[in-house]
Write a protein that binds this ligand. Sequence first.
Ligand code: TXA
Ligand code: MG
Length: 336
Amino acid sequence: MTELLHADDAGIARAAALLRRGGLVAFGTETVYGLGADATNAQAVAAIFEAKGRPRFNPLICHYPDAGAAFAHVVANDWARRLADALWPGPLTLVLPRLADCPVALLTGAGLDTLAVRVPASATALGLLRGVGRPVAAPSANRSGRISPTEAAHVLAELEGRIEAVVDSGPCPVGVESTVLDLSGVEPVLLRPGGVTVEDIEALIGPGVRRGAPDGAMRSPGLLASHYAPELPVRMNAEAVQPDEALLAFGPPLSGTRPVFNLSESGSLTEAAVRLFAGLRWLDAEAARCGLTRIAAMPVPEHGLGLAINDRLRRAASPKISPALCVGQVGEERAG
Ligand code: TXA
Ligand code: MG
């Protein structure tokens, strides 16, 4: 059963407690309702993808109660500080490089070296974020492929029984998602238009904000300054391991002595999702150290979170395709 909570002190305290223990709680922001989870808890974040029925791991936005908390986890530059001063709390999300000791789970950012951070302008959301005391990852609270919810009833219609609770703070005043601005490269790039206009942004940091492709086409990975660059090609559905390969195992591993990272010895897709990005990073480094040039990935079932895991592995199946491509789901994301 999904609890319907009032946006009063008791409801917010209850929601914060559920989030702190790894639960999923939808809450209203000024833009749309978000499906929240503790961003530092990969297990909870995996549950977001499960509840949404999302076939891929999109990087999620981390929500904070103030700029100080947000900028403790990312490298904030001058642009970021100026925009945060003027526009936070508000419908603007900033993509910035993660700090080395950033406690946010890799799964939250889909393995990227950058993190999207935002301070929502909603008393309920801010109260909840203060109560949780940790960043809250929250995509729009709809099933994958559906439009974003702007009322608690919309959330329940799609996610009733799949999440712990929804905090009803009434209809969302803005009604469209936050603007996503990438400040991690040499020039600011608008990744998703939203509640704050480019004109507002340029008035604060000067002209020269590059507009992402109007169709939401993918950003060229080469343009991203800080994406997770080195990555060996992955050979999927491996039934044996070649001499030049490290192994990404799922279930009982294929035999041979080589670097092996097991996503889940027991064959749990949730555990595999939690370990996927850390595993790819580890294998990359280990394989390079051992002079290997590829990663053989054992078959992962094509259902539930397995869809998103296989999507990510497919993207790694060619060395030219980078995880930065998952950033490009912007156009699709507006509808989903
Ligand atoms: O208004 C909003 O932003 C709502 C409310 C709940 O805050 N949230 C929302 O989240 O729309 P979501 O997950 O539906 O959209 C996140 C967007 C996606 O387009 C994603 O690709 C982009 O932000 N994004 C997140 N992290 C990113 C990163 N590290 N680099 C580039 N884009 C990123
Ligand atoms: Mg969405």
